[in-house]
Design a protein around this ligand. Structure first.
Ligand code: CA
Ligand code: CA
Ligand code: CA
Ligand code: CA
Length: 557
């Protein structure tokens, strides 16, 4: 069974190539054809095992034999993973109640409130730059608000319809329109601006919960807003039974929606220059699929996110290699080696390196004032796989949407840097914690709800969530060993507190280009700068997320 899976996965490392191989005609005479020869050369690069006698040349007989073997594998797989579908489940529904703290400590001060345009229909159609927000506390105070426009966009368009895109190792270009997807829009990427320039139903309005206030006993409009435009947002907190209010208005055009604040700043910097002029969608000559240093990254970046509490750094599409926590909660040193994604620890088949070097695009870059968004697409043979980051003042949400042919497993983890030495690592299975010091620890593994790291370098809590209709087995990964023998694949040679979620058990097809595709979305939420680095603090954040605010909207009067 294991050997079978391994061979199947090895074959499936190239979904598009495999389709090509399966379509490969056993055409004896046509091997003189130059186009066919080029195709065989490409197949050989993707499937070195197909070269049965290892002479470096893929013959038609070898390709045909390999194709037939793969066809048998695929048929076996379909039968094996037929029962892979289960009802859509949210891992948070399985968390035992004792993992959640009492409501008394509930504050939600790190978190945003997001409402769609549909919920504020009284403001539908207004210029998003004219949306302003207020809280009432004895009098009106303007608070920062942001509209993030969205639209249903064909992913092939996000890839600029592959204009000028070259093939190459690990590059799996879409062959045409593939998936219409609700995404954040951006005039500076090939996604483009929202075709509906006004505030419409699928756009999002976002502000911070900490900026909410009371309901005024007598409603009068604040200065600078259009008469009768007000919408009351009522937020009922099921953990405290208290109600909180924010009021949205259409401004007369003279108010700044940011209210003079900037909770987070995101500077997307593609080293080559502007995105639309310089981003390489497909392969690039001379670049390795697994570059040994950042100098080999395709589309190198020096992109930064920063708030009063933390910074993040990206060196390329999904290469996140910087995280600092600012004083007084930290020392602003980079505690991150790299955020990693692998089929399994030590397996270099696919990683953030190959995802970066393969086909890819940025869906949208959005820069504050309330939040920043970095939305990317492309993961080799999963060209529709999507990686979204949402950055708030002291919270970050990372959302990974898997859209790929069947894979055996995936591990998503944080590998800390040597500068994280001395920090304590805890999670729901190991609440007493272990020290990140490059010396092995004994930790219990299993499904993760929360993790936490803290030390003088900084402190943060992390929550994990998986929503899927795939029958999976979820466990955790932990490796703290500066002289580890586990191949590190990306980043430096050491494993410092490598920790995260490991999804096993065989993940059936999640590529929506195939009929009956399954779904799997894995998210991680970071909270930066904790008042107390105790398990209760993590449980408090978890309780707040599991019991979200109940948001109601109505005309303000
Ligand atoms: Ca829209
Ligand atoms: Ca719009
Ligand atoms: Ca240790
Ligand atoms: Ca490392």
């Amino acid at each position: 069974m294991k050997a079978f899976l391994r061979s199947f996965i090895a074959a499936c490392l190239g979904g598009a190539g495999l389709a090509m191989l399966l379509a490969c005609p056993s055409c004896g005479a046509a091997d003189q054809d130059a186009g066919l020869q080029a195709r065989f050369k490409e197949l050989l690069e993707q499937y070195p095992n197909a070269d049965a006698n290892k002479d470096g040349v893929l013959t038609i007989d070898e390709a045909t034999a390999y194709r037939d073997k793969m066809k048998r594998s695929m048929a076996g797989d379909a039968a094996q993973w037929k029962g892979n579908r289960v009802p859509l489940t949210d891992s948070w529904d399985k968390i035992p109640p004792q993992e959640l703290t009492s409501s008394a400590s509930c504050r939600r001060s790190y978190s945003p409130v997001i409402v769609t345009g549909q919920k504020v229909s009284g403001l539908r159609g207004i210029n998003p730059k004219h949306l302003v927000a207020f809280r009432f506390a004895g009098k009106w105070h303007q608070i920062p608000v942001q509209v993030d426009e969205r639209a249903v966009v064909e992913c092939f368009d996000i890839y600029n319809r592959n204009k000028g895109a070259a093939r190459g190792q690990g590059v799996y270009l879409l062959r045409g329109p593939s998936l219409k997807n609700l995404v954040y829009t951006d005039a500076n990427t090939f996604t483009g601006a929202d075709p509906d320039a006004g505030l419409d139903d699928d756009d999002e309005v976002v502000f911070m919960f900490k900026d909410a206030g009371q309901k005024p006993s007598q409603f009068t409009e604040p200065e600078g807003v259009e008469k009768g435009s007000g919408v009351e947002i009522e937020m009922a907190d099921p953990l405290t039974d208290r109600k909180h209010y924010v009021y949205l208005f259409q401004s007369n055009g003279k108010l700044d929606p940011a209210a003079g604040r900037k909770y987070v700043t995101y500077k997307f910097k593609l080293k080559a220059g502007s995105y639309k002029d310089h981003w390489i969608v497909g392969g690039a000559r001379g670049l390795d699929l697994r570059p040994k240093s950042p100098h080999g990254y395709k589309n190198p970046e020096d992109s930064n996110v920063s708030s009063a509490f933390y910074t993040r750094h990206f060196s390329a599409k999904v290469i996140c290699d910087g995280l600092t926590i600012k004083p007084p909660f930290g020392t602003d040193v980079n505690i991150l080696d790299m955020r990693k994604v692998l089929f399994a620890p030590g397996n270099s088949g696919r990683s953030v390196l190959t995802f970066t070097q393969g086909e890819g695009a940025i869906i949208a870059n959005i820069n504050g004032p309330v939040r920043a968004i970095r939305s990317c697409i492309g993961a080799n043979s999963g060209p529709l796989t999507q990686f979204d980051w949402f950055f708030y003042e002291r919270r970050e949400d990372v959302v990974n949407r898997l859209r790929v042919h069947p894979i055996s497993s995936v591990v998503v983890f944080t590998d800390y840097s040597p500068a994280a030495k001395g920090m304590t690592y805890r999670n729901n299975l190991n609440p007493d914690g272990v020290i990140i010091d490059g010396t092995a620890d004994s930790v219990k593994t299993g499904a993760l709800w929360w993790e936490m790291v803290y030390g003088k370098q900084g402190c943060m809590a992390m929550l994990h969530r998986i929503v899927t209709n795939v029958r999976i087995r979820v466990t955790s990964y932990y490796n703290d060993d500066k002289n580890t023998t586990v191949r590190q694949v990306s980043g430096d040679q050491h494993a410092y507190g490598s920790s995260g979620t490991w999804i096993q058990g065989g993940i059936g097809n999640t590529d929506p280009r195939q009929i009956g595709a399954l779904e799997l979305t894995a998210s991680k939420i970071y909270f930066y700068g904790l008042e107390k680095p105790t398990p209760d603090m993590a449980r408090r954040h978890l309780a707040e997320e599991i019991k979200p605010l109940i948001v109601n909207t109505r005309p303000a009067r």
